[in-house]
Design a protein around this ligand. Sequence first.
Ligand SMILES: [Zn+2]
Length: 610
Amino acid sequence: MRKCYIVSFVVILCSAITFAKTFQWSEWKNSLEPQGIRGKDVLLAESKQARYKIVIPEKASPIEIKASADLSQWLGDITGASFVVVPDSYQSVEREISVGATNRVPEGYPSEDLKTHGYQIFQKGDKIFVLGGTKRGLLNGVYALLEEDLGCRWYDSEDAKMIPKISTLKFKPASRVSVPQLQVRDPFYYSSFEPTWALRNRTTYTNGDRNRFGVIPAEYGGGMRYPDPMFVHTYNFLLPPKKYFESNPEYFMMDDTGKRIDKQLCETNPEVARIVTRAVLEILEKSPETQLFSVSKNDISLACSCPNCKQLNQEEGSNSASMLTLVNYVANAVKDKYPNLTITTLAYLDTIKVPRTIRPASNVGIRVCNDMVSWVNPLKPARKVPEYVDIVTQWSGVSKKLYAWDYTVNYSHQIAPFPNMEVIADNVRFFVSNNAQGYMSQATYESPCAGREQMRCWVIGKLLWDPQRDVNELMQDFVWGYYGAAAPAVIEYYEILRERAHAVGEDFGNTIRYEMDCLLFPSEFVKDASRIFENAMQLAENKEIRRRVEREFISVMYVELEQGPEVMGAQHYISTLEKFKEITRRENLDYFREASKNRETLIEKWTNRI
Ligand SMILES: [Zn+2]
């Protein structure tokens, strides 16, 4: 009897959960609350007077100087107090925050291997210690303390920060070790290429305009950026057809008719391997600190049909066999001189499958591309994508350096609303459970043109550090912190987007390039979202928040403009077009389609529809 009672209770509870809203917070909360054991209360400042000193080694490294200066600056911003940084040659006092390898660090610490990016925060007596791994670890530790324990936020790359203002600052530090599994944590949105934002948010971008953004200095732990233009599809750069095709057509692929064409390389030709290696070494001479270098096929699904390549690929059951033959040769040739370098290549299109016997060399990284599955449905074995799930699992079995390449925006309509945050979170967890060392979500990289771009950068960054975080809580943290008084309206918009994704579910099919009249966006969607937008603009308390709201709702305007004046009426359509022009020009939103700077073309098309 009692058992039945419990069962009915569970059923009622489950249905309540099913119908409850996902975004339930009614105010900002700290979604990054640290999980470690809380120590005793620490009084950092009292009535704008610092009660702690920051201590660094007398012969501090650049990253120890940077980490302590940043900590001092932000603690000062929070409290209005002045936190001095002193060398460890000063006499030790009780209340110190020790940053880096000072002589205050007790025997046996760090208590675990922090590797390159990990950190440890702990408390001994009244002292607090922050330790870091060999590269960016220490900065990661300081920013973890500021974000997770003290609630600071650096939400976007335009300095939309949230720093609590507390003149008497007391907190209980959570002692913990945090070492991320993912070495490459790359949201890959335009906004995520900004080095200061990346440092504060612990991401590691791999590409982005070097002239526009600069790079993370090596003395702060450096980045994981590929040298230009060695990011991907590099065969043409390493062995240019312009230079070689006429004199040596045998360096290039043979097509099915026996003719040599310059679309891909003949990967089993030993001379090709030697030329490619030489080209790689030349680039490395100029940037010896490089950690990632791509030797990968041009972006077209073709392979060489010469007798050698063809036989090898047939025996091995995948065109990845001839590709790995070339890539392994290069990797072996550079290994001794560049022990920290990984040569990456692609499991993509015709090379997506693992060859039967050939294995990647130990310094070869496999970027496995998620381009063959649905972007509404997460990568879970029970869903519609078992083949891809098997492929990732097989690569994971033969490579210790797996880097996930996910696809997270609609490349035909990059600004389109895309309710795939839960799918992204599931995918990150899937790749991590398959021992991935990196994750990159290919997004909008040419201008800040993705729907909800700033939120996506921040939330994905947090998931890549700790994939177990709750994606919906992270989204709420962002919205309540970023949109101020307009947050309830933005939350309502997020909720209807999410409901649409769940409503279409697996009927949505396997496409990422959906049109604006697809199942996701019935006319009620535009009506509801436009109403919410008007409300959000009313709620926004200042110009900057109104600007953020406008940027968010460009996506909805885009859907309306693509759907035509029939949905909301001509008058609304005309005013939406005017707003779209004003906002997108002001914000320099240019690329509404991948590789196409098409804002003005779109405006012209929509104007003609009136
Ligand atoms: Zn060949």
